[in-house]
Design a protein around this ligand. Structure first.
Ligand code: HEM
Length: 489
């Protein structure tokens, strides 16, 4: 036996017969794999690397648990820029001062970042295709959604009211698809980023989350296609009858109109899923953080109720204009997002060519870069920056020239929770209205507080640069009996 084993090794290596060919293929694969794992995700040259000298795998995990302290370490050691091994591989962290250069520079794009870090070429991840391939999705939000706010705000308000009366139901099939797809999408992207790049084209077929993504797309298609067919039929009938073709006020229509305006086609299923990916987790995380801050600062609950009541008495309904008058609420929301943003790195780009910044920093082609929300807590920008002050932006907005500068939706180099510049979030106007409407209904109809003994808001959980509200926190909620202003919303 020993003899035959010894003689078989050289014969396998020399490629004798089918066994030999397979063995050579396996050996070559292992060599390529080892070399690729070693060379992929290597740090960029010319940038100080923060973090221990450890395997890429360990470094990626360390980023997931300690991104904030790694960035703080970088700040203490250097005056920027520096790099870390993030879960997506090497990541250059740029100083907030570079925002003016980054924000409108087409050589470093948000699209390339989405494409690279959300694996849009793998089946299941097509939900970001409309945002990556062209401007159809961005235009559908910027033009379709934002310009329809006047028409949809009152509808949104009555839908919120019904939803609350039915005690937070989670009934419709679409809602389930939207939430499941979003959760699976971001989890799957996290898992794949941890994987060495060379293995990803194989691994993505087998992850439970990516399997569910593919199933969700099929389920979404089953739901959306009959609706589209019915619309096409109705439009055909309108045309035959010589009537103007009915345009719907919803995301299916906005995506279609944005695509047609550019002579392009956008798969309506991906368009809808792109809306859920852009809107679901960002808005819910921001909203839950606001709720936690309200309960940690309950003195604002009465103040906000007074504002709600006053605006309703003046205005008589909850439309787009009425919402702009909720100035204290707007200030409270911005203060909450200033101290607890959805992510500590809201501005992300991938350089599509080598770029030399004005301070001489050379960003290599293909590099991933991010700008952190540091100015939000910079004492030279905000007085007593770590203190929660729900009136902070209200007071700033009263200063000359401050009216539009300090709104929840305003962006600047000092306030990048929605990004800033060319790619600043176009959905922020809708998100702001949506959050205000929910707060109006919740505060008017319910008492909310932390359980006995809890006074501080729970600290957010860090997942790399992303911040998640602690899901374990319990909130006591009951209908208000006294003092309810009898609005019909
Ligand atoms: C509170 C909720 C939200 C937050 C915190 C948020 C945050 C962001 C951030 C940080 C960016 C990147 C900006 C940059 O790189 O400069 C972004 C981009 C974007 N967001 Fe939002 N977002 C929110 C809600 C929404 C909603 C509701 C929609 C759509 C309905 C949306 C659609 C988009 C789109 C299309 C982009 C890409 C813009 C571009 O590439 O030019 N977002 N968002």
């Amino acid at each position: 036996m020993a003899h035959s084993t010894l003689t078989s090794i050289p014969s396998i290596l020399l490629g004798n017969g089918i066994g030999g060919t397979v063995a050579i293929a396996v050996t070559v694969f292992i060599i390529i794999l080892t070399v690729s794992i070693y060379f992929n995700d290597r740090p960029y040259s010319g940038f100080l690397k923060i973090g221990r000298d450890e395997s890429t795998w360990r470094a990626k995990q360390r980023w997931l648990s300690s991104a904030k302290s790694l960035m703080n370490e970088g700040l203490q050691k250097t005056n920027f820029p520096f790099q870390v091994i993030a879960n997506c591989g090497p990541l250059i962290i740029l100083p907030p001062a570079t925002m003016d250069e980054i924000r409108n520079d087409d050589r470093m794009t948000f699209k390339a970042w989405l494409k690279q870090h959300f694996f849009t070429t793998y089946p299941g991840f097509q939900g970001f295709i409309p945002a990556v391939e062209n401007d159809v999705f961005v235009n559908s939000v910027r033009i379709g959604l934002t310009q329809s706010l006047g028409q949809i705000t009152e509808i949104l308000s009555s839908e919120t009211s019904i939803t609350l009366e039915e005690l937070f139901p989670f009934s419709t099939e679409w809602l389930k698809i939207a939430v499941d797809y979003t959760v699976d999408f971001f989890t799957a992207a996290y898992v794949l980023r941890l994987c060495p790049p060379v293995l990803r084209p194989l691994v993505h077929w087998f992850l439970p989350q990516t399997r569910r993504l593919r199933a969700s797309i099929k389920a979404a298609r089953r739901l959306i296609e009959p609706e589209l067919a019915a619309r096409r039929l109705a439009q055909e009938e309108d045309r035959k009858a010589g009537k103007p073709v009915e345009k719907h006020v919803d995301a299916l229509q906005w995506v279609q109109s944005a695509a047609e305006a550019k002579g392009l086609h956008c798969d309506p299923v991906y368009g809808q899923l792109n809306y859920t990916l852009g809107a679901v987790h960002t808005t819910s995380v921001t909203f839950v953080n606001i709720l936690y801050d309200l309960m940690a600062h309950p003195e604002y609950i009465e103040l906000l109720r007074e504002e709600i009541s006053r605006v309703f008495q003046e205005h008589g309904k909850w439309d787009k204009t009425a919402l702009t008058k909720l100035k204290l609420m707007d200030s409270f929301m911005k203060e909450s997002a200033r101290l607890t943003p959805v992510t500590m790195l809201p501005v992300n780009r991938v350089a599509e060519e080598t770029v030399t910044l004005s301070d001489g920093t050379v960003i290599p082609k293909g590099a991933t870069l991010g700008v952190p929300t540091l100015r939000s807590v910079d004492p030279s920008v905000y007085q007593d920056p770590l203190k929660f002050d729900g009136h902070r932006f209200y007071n700033l907005s009263q200063q000359p020239g401050g009216a539009t500068k300090y709104q929840f939706v305003s962006t600047s180099n000092d306030s990048i929770i929605f990004g800033h510049g060319k790619h600043a979030c176009p959905g922020r106007f809708f998100a702001s209205n949506e959050i205000k409407i929910i707060l109006v209904h919740l505060l008017t109809k319910y008492e909310l507080k932390f359980p006995e003994g809890t006074t501080d808001r729970p600290k957010p959980m860090e997942m790399g640069a992303d911040l998640m509200p602690n899901p374990e926190m319990k909130i006591l909620i009951r209908s208000r009996v006294d003092g309810v202003v009898n609005h019909s919303f």
